[in-house]
Structures are given as structure tokens and as C-alpha cells.
Design a binder for this molecule. Structure first.
Ligand code: BES
Ligand code: MN
Ligand code: ZN
Length: 497
């Protein structure tokens, strides 16, 4: 879908479809009222017939309404006017856009941005429209021989009430495009099977992204990692026949001396659990264990498209976690790049092992802040479900900043504690500490483990185990937390000018 802004009265829009909102109890939005007047009461007459009650997400298509230039009128239910807010806006936008996609409408004109959403401005409304459109139109059929039939690209114009309004909407559209393209990239990589999306494939995707968006990309291989002493990362790849990679991507949007934001993404392209092997039910979903890495690539793409005035470094440690004759065994001890030794009591707690060395590697960039993103713990899904990601930070203001970015972009997160009290659970009799902390507070002890490699900078951690993909009938990658991360960076870029 392609979006642009337009000034015109709804009755004069010569599009294939003009969409307007109806509140419950048949109250008309301003645009619906204009259509009703132009058609000499046909909209109200239709509502009186009882065929549309304005319930949120309801849609009705009317053909050839007299006095109206567009071929069709799409009535979109807005629910109760008193309750109409962010959720209502997003839901009615999705419903309208889904109808436009389903019917293969070529050009549509939406009168939704005129609706008042408490606390939200024009740019936010425009951004949400683009994100909703991208979501309803997303398909992944690269691995199917029969592709979904190509529908014509819909041109969607959104109404602006003034020049200023048009400028703000236009800005929001631009941001929405960048974020949704980043999400689509992350979703595609996540949805690819692990026999295609290997560490080598991720490295090639990073190089390609670098070429397209002028990012400096370095691909370190196993020998480089050995030289760097990344014993923690390398302990995870031992059982795999796929060579591991460590990807470094750099986006330079500010002066060289400007300290970068470093994003670190977990890139386990398949997690069998290793010798501590997982049960077979739903193990296929462990192809999504590289969604943290995918979100870093997607976010860098968005940042580059937006041209943010900020330096951003993406670090992606990537490998498979497989059993095998050479695989790491429970009880084995690895020496991390930081020098700290780790007793690997469970080879399925591998994400933290590859992130540990990546965090140490981040030190060389003298970062203003480091944020890692990882499908790290099943315990996070138990705690928070699939609604929000878990946030941890070694500085409270950073946690608040990440939460706020999540709220603004509707890619929500929740703050969990990282108190010293939990560190105790990582005690080991044989090494500096263990890689697991027992059943209690699994997400927190995983974050505690990471914190031991993040003493030298401000650090945040997003556990996206519950949010990066959906299971069941709608199985697939979500593209989260690209919206949260991009919003976080947009705000950082603004704050530093
Ligand atoms: N990739 C998994 C976490 C995961 C599991 C995410 C299920 C989403 C759904 C991670 O590597 C893992 O296996 N974690 C273990 C840690 C445990 C052994 C301490 C877990 O959560 O069971
Ligand atoms: Mn695991
Ligand atoms: Zn994992």
C-alpha cells in the first residue's frame, strides 16, 4: 500500500473507495456526516435500516451512493465515542485497511485521521495507519511453489485539514514506512526455515543490507572469534556443522566522536537445546531463536531510511545450538572473552552464552548505551505471556526510556527487577559462576548473568521470547521489537542534536 496526503471534501474524492467512521448508536464522524449531506440522507437511512450499528471493527461497503464521487463508500465502525482512544483507532484502521486489501481496491481515500485520539497527534495517527496496512498486507510465501496472487498496490490517500496537518501527517507516513519496512525484513528472516536461514545466510543478509543502506559491515568467522577469545560464544557452536559468524554493522549518522548506541541481537538460527535437548513438541519454533538478530537488522534498516542523526552499531553473534560428538556437555567450563569462567550446567541456556561475548565486544565502541534483544527465556513467556517484552536495565532511567518507546509505538514492554539478591542463584562450585540459576525467576537470573558482562556501560536487555513470534494458526514472526527500538532511537537522535 502506498500512502499520501490530500485535501478534499469526502464527497468529492474520486477514488474507488472512500472510508469514513461511524460511532456506535449511529453517530456520524464529520466525514460521514458530509457524505450523508451530499447524498441527501442516504448514509443515515442506511444506518436506520439496522444493517450497521457502528460496533468497533464492523465494516460495510455501499456502492454508487448518489451525490458522491467515489465508486464505493466504506463505513467503518468506531465503537462507543466516549471510549474511542488509541486501541479504537488502531482497530478501526486495521478493519478498514483489511477490507481494502481483501477487495483489491486500487485507490482509497481514508477519513480516519480526523478522529480525535486523546494524547495523540497527527504524526502518530499516520504512523499507525502505515503500520496497520503493512501488517494486514504481509504475506510470507517464499517457500511455497504457489505464490499468493499479486493484488494491485493500493494507493491510499489520507485526509489533511490544513497545511500544517498535512506536513505532520506526511512526516508520520514517512516514519511508518521506515518502521514497517524494517519489520518486514525482520519478519522474513524470522519466518525462513533454519535450513535456509543459517548463520552464513544472516551474514549475507547483513552484507546486502549494508550495500543497500550504506552501512559498514564486517563478518567475523570462527578463527577471528578464537583470536578474540570468545570461548563462551564458541562453546555453543561446537555441535553444529554450520560455521558461526559474528556480524558488526555500523550506521554513521552523526560525527565520528559521537558515542554510538550499540544493539546486540541473539542470532541462534536453531536451538535444539544441545545435549540438554528440548522436547520435540513445537521444536520447529526454535527457528525463531534468531529474532533478536533479525530485529537488529530491521531496526538498522529503519534508522538508515530515516537518516537519524545518531551513530548506531549492530552486533550479531550467530550460530546453531546442536547436539553432537563435539558438543558442549553439561558441566563443561568455558572461558569468556571477559576472562570470567562459566560452568555450563545446561546447554539449552545458550543465548546468554553468545550474548556474553558480544557484550564484552561492545566495550570497544565506547557506547553511550548498549541494548541487547533476545528470545532468551521460556520463563519470560510464563511471566508476561505474548503481550509485552521483558525489560531489564542496570540504570533505571534507561528502563523508563525503553518502556516509554514501547508504549508510544504500541510495542509494549514491562520492567522486571535486577536486584543483587537474585545474583546468588548463579553460584558455581567449579567456575566463576554458572549459566543457569534454577527454576525460580528464570528470566531474571538470565538477565543477571548478562549483567556480569555489562559493568562498563549503561545497558538494557529486552527478553522477547513471548513477543517475537506467534504460535498456532497464525504462526509467524511479528517483527517486534523493531517499533520499540526505532522509536527509542528516534528519541535519542532528537535529544542529542
Ligand atoms: N530460546 C530459548 C528460550 C525460549 C524458549 C524462547 C521457548 C521462547 C520459547 C532459550 O535458549 C532457552 O532454551 N532457555 C531455557 C533456559 C533454561 C535452560 C534455564 C528455557 O527458557 O527453558
Ligand atoms: Mn536454549
Ligand atoms: Zn535459545
Amino acid at each position: 500500500m502506498e500512502f499520501n496526503t490530500k485535501f478534499a471534501a469526502p464527497e468529492k474524492q474520486s477514488a474507488a473507495c472512500v472510508a469514513v467512521g461511524i460511532f456506535e448508536s449511529r453517530k456520524l464522524s464529520p466525514a460521514a456526516d458530509a457524505l450523508d449531506k451530499a447524498s441527501r440522507g442516504q448514509i443515515r437511512a442506511f444506518l436506520r435500516s439496522g444493517d450497521m450499528d457502528g460496533k468497533l471493527r464492523a465494516t460495510r461497503l455501499l456502492y454508487r451512493v448518489r451525490g458522491i464521487a467515489a465508486d464505493r463508500v466504506l463505513l467503518v465502525g468506531l465503537g462507543r465515542e466516549k471510549e474511542f482512544g488509541e486501541n479504537g483507532y488502531r482497530d478501526c484502521a486495521r478493519a478498514a485497511l483489511a477490507t481494502i486489501v481483501d477487495t483489491g481496491t486500487r485507490d482509497a481515500s481514508l477519513y480516519l485521521t480526523e478522529l480525535q485520539v486523546p494524547g495523540r497527534e497527527a504524526a502518530w495517527k499516520a504512523r499507525q495507519l502505515v503500520l496497520a496496512a503493512a501488517d494486514v498486507a504481509y504475506r510470507f510465501d517464499r517457500m511455497k511453489t504457489k505464490k499468493a496472487e499479486a493484488k494491485p498496490l493500493a494507493q491510499v490517500s489520507i485526509s489533511a485539514s490544513s497545511k500544517r496537518d498535512a506536513a505532520a501527517l506526511g512526516h508520520g507516513l514517512m516514519e511508518g514506512r521506515a518502521i514497517s519496512a524494517g519489520m518486514a525484513l525482520a519478519r522474513d528472516l524470522g519466518n525462513l526455515p533454519a535450513n535456509v536461514c543459517t548463520p552464513t545466510y544472516l551474514a549475507e543478509a547483513a552484507v546486502k543490507l549494508g550495500r543497500e543502506w550504506k552501512l559498514a559491515v564486517q563478518v567475523l568467522d570462527q578463527r577471528d572469534m578464537e583470536k578474540l577469545g570468545m570461548g563462551s560464544l564458541l562453546s555453543v557452536t561446537r555441535g553444529s556443522h554450520q560455521p558461526p559468524k559474528f556480524l558488526v554493522l555500523r550506521y554513521a549518522g552523526a560525527a565520528k566522536k559521537d558515542r554510538p548506541v550499540v544493539l546486540v541481537g541473539k542470532g541462534i538460527t536453531f536451538d535444539t537445546g544441545g545435549i540438554s535437548i528440548k522436547p520435540s513438541a513445537e521444536m520447529d519454533e526454535m527457528k525463531f531463536d534468531m529474532c533478536g538478530a533479525a530485529s537488529v537488522l530491521g531496526t538498522l534498516r529503519a534508522v538508515a531510511e530515516l537518516g537519524l542523526k545518531l551513530n548506531v552499531v549492530g552486533l550479531i553473534p550467530t550460530c546453531e545450538n546442536m547436539p553432537g560428538g563435539a558438543a558442549t556437555k553439561p558441566g563443561d567450563i568455558a572461558t569468556s572473552m571477559s576472562g570470567q569462567t562459566i560452568e555450563i550446567l545446561n546447554t539449552d541456556a545458550e543465548g546468554r552464552l553468545i550474548l556474553a561475548d558480544a557484550l564484552t565486544y561492545a566495550e570497544r565502541f565506547d557506547p553511550q548505551v548498549v541494548v541487547d534483544i533476545a528470545t532468551l527465556t521460556g520463563a519470560c513467556v510464563v511471566a508476561l505471556g505474548h503481550v509485552c517484552s521483558g525489560v531489564f536495565a542496570n540504570k533505571d532511567s534507561l528502563a523508563q526510556e525503553l518502556l516509554a518507546a514501547g508504549t508510544e509505538s504500541w510495542d509494549r514492554a514491562w520492567h522486571l527487577p535486577l536486584w543483587e539478591d537474585y545474583q546468588e542463584q548463579l553460584k558455581s562450585n567449579f567456575a566463576d559462576f554458572a549459566n543457569i540459576g534454577g527454576r525460580a525467576a528464570g528470566s531474571i537470573t538470565a538477565a543477571c548473568f548478562l549483567s556480569r558482562f555489562a559493568h562498563k556501560f549503561e545497558w538494557g536487555h529486552l527478553d522477547i521470547a513471548g513477543t517475537a513470534w506467534k504460535s498456532g494458526k497464525e504462526k509467524g514472526s511479528t517483527g517486534r521489537p523493531v517499533p520499540l527500538l526505532t522509536t527509542f532511537l528516534m528519541k535519542r537522535a532528537k535529544g542529542r542534536k
